[in-house]
Write a protein that binds this ligand. Structure first.
Ligand SMILES: NC(=O)c1ccc[n+]([C@@H]2O[C@H](COP(=O)([O-])OP(=O)(O)OC[C@H]3O[C@@H](n4cnc5c(N)ncnc54)[C@H](O)[C@@H]3O)[C@@H](O)[C@H]2O)c1
Length: 319
């Protein structure tokens, strides 16, 4: 039985990936800071093949021993959410740096490593759709918001160097707005926010004028994408966008949710300066090209936005 290590496995994406790995017959070791109790996303999984280690990836001796004993490694642990990043830029960077440094120190050429990167690494790049080979434009370091993107990009550089220099098989996925059940509502992600406001009957809060656009990918599609690249040796040493090309403005999204849940709801426009902490900069458009992952693996998303909203709504209602 192969043994897989997942850092940050109790998080939103991890809580969908881990059951898939267990279902495929693997032993899975999760390291996450979240305590093992009812609030933990994995608590309901009572599998003898799951080992849960409540600890930080910054405990490097522990991480080292977990890495040494793993056949595959999935690096998902991160500090997420614009507000949390701006409040804790150093912790944001250290979480990425500590786990990737340990991988670089001990991973062997027999261990496949998946790294969860982000669309944020495209920074202020304005060429659309975003392809993996684009030059990147970042904001000034004085703005704490960029700590997340820079630490993820640094991790990409370190891991791709590890592949080149030591032949450790590294694969990188840049996620674009993954949504679905168990997404942490406190991070300010727009779909969980709108849906929970709609269910409470309060106006949907739109930051800015709502012309900013995003594209959304259901978490089961994102997990399929991870497994598709991890299962294909041609993908080793490559970076892949994981998302959908279906762009929608935040205003159009709010109207869609209004129509779906409660057409009489109001919309409330809040200027960024009033809503976001100092150091915030909005990215107006962020749409991936998913040609590369399609060409390498044949992957494409199965759920469109209407289906995503329906699944998320049911999860929030608990039905
Ligand atoms: N959800 C998205 O739309 C999205 C988009 C881009 C990138 N990503 C990346 O995908 C990965 C998973 O994201 P998610 O949405 O599941 O986030 P999440 O916050 O739900 O999960 C991250 C997990 O990492 C854990 N963690 C944080 N710091 C840790 C540490 N020092 N030691 C151990 N565990 C730690 C958290 O407790 C949490 O359970 C992250 O690396 C994130 O940057 C996600």
């Amino acid at each position: 039985m192969a043994k897989y290590l997942v850092t940050g496995g109790a998080g939103f994406i991890g809580s969908h990936l881990v059951p898939r790995l267990l279902g495929d017959g693997h032993k899975v070791v999760v390291i996450d800071k979240v305590p093992w109790n009812e609030a933990n996303n994995l608590f309901g999984l009572s599998s003898p093949s799951l080992e849960y280690v409540e600890n930080s990836v910054s405990n490097t001796d522990l991480l080292k021993s977990l890495v040494e004993n793993a056949d595959q490694i999935y690096l998902l642990a991160a500090t997420l959410g614009v507000r949390r990043v701006i409040e804790n830029p150093i912790g944001t960077v250290i979480t990425q740096f500590d786990q990737v440094r340990e991988i670089c120190a001990v991973a062997k050429s027999s261990q496949k490593v998946f790294y969860a990167s982000t669309s944020e690494v495209y920074g202020k790049t304005t060429v659309l759709p975003l392809t993996e080979d684009l030059p990147l434009v970042f904001g000034e370091p004085a703005k704490a918001r960029w700590a997340y993107a820079c630490s993820k990009l640094m991790a990409e550089y370190m891991l791709l160097s590890l592949f080149r220099d030591k032949k450790v098989p590294v694969l990188i996925g840049r996620f674009f707005n993954v949504v679905g059940p168990r997404q942490n509502q406190s991070y300010g992600a727009v779909i969980p926010n709108f849906l929970s406001q709609a269910l409470k009957g309060i106006p949907l809060t739109i930051y800015g004028d709502g012309t900013q656009t995003r594209s959304f990918c259901h978490v089961t599609d994102a997990v399929d994408a991870i497994l598709a690249i991890m299962g294909n040796d041609k993908c080793i040493g490559h970076v892949f966008n994981i998302g959908t090309e279906d762009e929608i403005s935040i205003l159009a999204l709010a109207r869609k949710i209004k129509k779906l849940v409660n057409p009489s709801l109001g919309l409330r426009f809040v200027p960024y300066e009033d809503a976001m902490p100092k150091g915030f900069e909005e990215i107006l458009h962020r749409v991936p090209s998913v040609n590369k992952i399609r060409q390498y693996t044949g992957w494409s998303n199965k759920l469109d936005l209407d289906e995503i909203l329906s699944v998320c709504l049911k999860a929030l209602k608990g039905v």
